[in-house]
Write a protein that binds this ligand. Sequence first.
Ligand SMILES: [Zn+2]
Length: 235
Amino acid sequence: MKGRLVESAALVVRLVDSGEADRVVTLLTEKSGLVAVSARGVRKGSKRYGGVLEPMHRLHVTVEHPEREIARLEEARVDAMRLAITGHLEASLCAGYWLRFARALAHPHGDDGALFRVTDGALALLDANPLDYARLEHLVPFAMLGAAGYAIELDACVSCRKPCPPDRPSGVDGRRGGLLCRACGFASTVLSPELRSVLRQAHAGAFAPLDPSGRELAARLAQDVALQHVGRTVR
Ligand SMILES: [Zn+2]
């Protein structure tokens, strides 16, 4: 008897070989969060999946028993090919980082539709212009954090709630989830008003240009926020 079938858009976020011919594929699906599926015979070129189970592309999958620890992949096809990313080394590395970041934030069988759409949209943007990876790489994780409900507080102190004027520099502590005023403790990182504004936009899915020092700070901050929420950094 057939189990429950779920059809969804999906991204491959992890591939683990299993046995001689099979692979366990973790999907971030739009409808059911993270779903692990076994793809039988995929490494021996099974026609069933036609080589589509690769990261970067948007897939359309049909999964049987998505609630199980390992679901069965009934069908998979590519919805959007992203060959510009796969053909560009830095863009591939950037996309790989986003997919690991998305996997860290998502939940098994969870309500991660918004996170899926942000990640998929960012991959589409990168595919349209792979050279844009430098601007996008460390801002897209803020859009993912926003979509996952982990946006950091950028307008007021997380401890005493005192608002920080938009034109002033401010201390920020990613592990505490946002700005920290001087009266409430020491924050080792100082955000300029400009960078604060760029991060606020990134939370909402708009990616402004960023200089190298801003990129480095954004990268570190995203790691600290991930650590706070999921207990580990994402590399
Ligand atoms: Zn305070």
